[in-house]
Design a protein around this ligand. Structure first.
Ligand code: ADP
Ligand code: MG
Length: 255
């Protein structure tokens, strides 16, 4: 997509679980080459919003337009195939396989039942292609030295980067990252921030749910704030930092 072009248009999406409205008619937009942060206290509805956008959960109402196409109602695999890729709050990996194998197979495993069935459905050249792409994406984000490490031996920082490399295979236009800095040490957060900035410079659009405010304020172009399932406000990091309503939401006081 061209820089500044509308990539994602979230239109009044809503999710009800029984009587609970977890996401109440939330709207926002992401343009090409933007990092947008979705923030709010625990239970605000951030992960549910992610799951609605990526098709992991079905919408109660509203719609999502991705690169000009309505994707509300499509399944997660169909949405991924259109160029939207995501990571989950908890790292998913096979600890005794290498980083390269985890990234290569993780890509192929999306939506299939298991490693064995996945492998047996690949011919040799498809498999080689998968591994080449996995290596390319790992090297792209500075993980070239870890290709043949056992995934289970990685520290948290490289584990998170491995997940991002997996999400990058298939060349997405939009990356959804759910708390990529959770559990990371300071240096690892800095490295992650550097990778996200690099991806943005390469034209990637990113939607980021993250609790670490230094990271969020440091790298996001725009922030959307949720509270109790509702849209609270949005704006630049500088604006959000000054907002009395946002401060009140985080302090849990009246406003
Ligand atoms: P956040 O990611 O901002 O912490 P969530 O999106 O995980 O918030 O949750 C928002 C609200 O929806 C919470 O009250 C949570 O308990 C509720 N919720 C999330 N998923 C489900 C579910 N599958 N069934 C019922 N309630 C859910
Ligand atoms: Mg969450």
């Amino acid at each position: 997509p061209e820089q500044g072009e509308l990539v994602l248009d979230v239109q009044a999406i809503r999710k009800e679980f029984g009587g609970l409205v977890a996401v109440k008619d939330i709207s926002f937009q992401i343009r090409a080459g933007q990092i947008v942060g979705l923030i709010g206290p625990n239970g605000a509805g951030k992960s549910t919003t992610f799951n609605l956008i990526s098709g992991v959960l079905s919408l109660t109402s509203g719609n999502v337009v991705f690169r000009g196409e309505k994707i509300g109602g499509l399944r997660s695999r169909e949405i991924a195939a259109r160029g939207m890729s995501r990571t989950f709050q908890h790292v998913k990996m096979i600890p005794d396989m290498t980083v390269l194998e985890n990234v290569a197979l993780g890509t192929h495993l999306r939506g299939t039942k298991g490693v064995v069935s996945a492998m047996t459905r690949l011919n040799r050249s498809e498999e080689q292609q998968l591994f080449r792409e996995a290596q390319r994406q790992l090297e792209r984000i500075g993980m070239g030295a870890f290709l043949h490490e056992q995934a289970g031996n990685l520290a948290m920082g490289p584990q998170r980067l491995m997940e991002i490399a997996r999400a990058l295979c298939s060349d997405p236009a939009l990356l959804l990252l759910d708390e990529p800095a959770a559990g990371l040490r300071h240096q690892e957060k800095l490295a992650l921030g550097g990778v996200l900035r690099q991806l943005r410079a390469e034209g990637m659009s990113i939607l980021l749910v993250e609790h670490d405010m230094d990271l969020v304020m440091g790298i996001c172009d725009h922030l959307v704030v949720m509270e109790f399932g509702t849209y609270l406000t949005e704006g630049t990091p500088a604006f959000i930092q000054q907002s009395p309503a946002v401060r009140a939401a985080y302090l849990g006081t009246e406003h």
